[in-house]
Design a protein. Structure first.
Length: 186
């Protein structure tokens, strides 16, 4: 069996964010034969601008993001909620990988979203907006969903990977995401 590559895009740029830790947990609990890599550099991407996204253009960071997304078998987005929606840095990444329209790196690729927030709402609005944007961008949004709320009470100073329930839920979501990649290959 070949290695399944999952690229994780994290919507919080803060090094110690719980969303980054959730992505790290995904990498730690990934099933055998699955590699989860966190893309570094979303904060360095320019905002999507069709004037600079022209054939033959080299755009710092964008070329790396698009190549990493194209080489991945699936995408896992991990998002907090900023002002009731998905953070701009994550939406910007979706915009870049969706182009060129109809042939971007997200086209027909299995994608899943995890949201996490100190709020009991569990960043559900951002979660839903990310799934919507990914679907419109051409991604194959899998049926598995995970929203983690009350993160301060749930984790305290501990890492999410130390919470057996959450680590298990993340593992289950990854299993569903990997299963979707096998349907694409069939």
């Amino acid at each position: 069996m070949s290695q399944t590559r999952v690229l994780s895009l994290v919507g919080s740029l803060r090094a110690g964010s719980v969303n980054r830790q959730v992505a790290e947990t995904a990498a730690a609990v990934a099933p055998e034969g699955v590699e989860v890599a966190i893309f570094e550099g979303l904060g360095d991407l320019p905002f999507y601008n069709e004037d600079i996204d022209v054939p033959g253009a080299t755009i710092a960071g964008v070329d790396e993001l698009r190549a990493a997304a194209a080489q991945a078998d699936a995408l896992l987005l991990v998002t907090p909620e900023y002002n009731g929606t998905v953070p701009a840095v994550l939406k910007n990444a979706i915009d870049w990988i969706s182009r060129p329209y109809g042939a971007g790196a997200v086209k027909d690729k299995p994608v899943a979203v995890i949201s996490a927030s100190p709020s009991p709402n569990a960043a559900k609005w951002a979660h839903d907006d990310a799934r919507k944007a990914l679907g419109i961008a051409g991604g194959n949004v899998v049926d598995a969903e995970l929203s983690i709320g009350a993160t301060i009470q749930k984790f305290g100073d501990a890492h999410p990977r130390d919470n057996a329930e959450v680590a298990g839920q993340i593992g289950d979501l990854l299993t569903a995401l990997v299963a979707a990649t096998q349907l694409v290959d069939a």
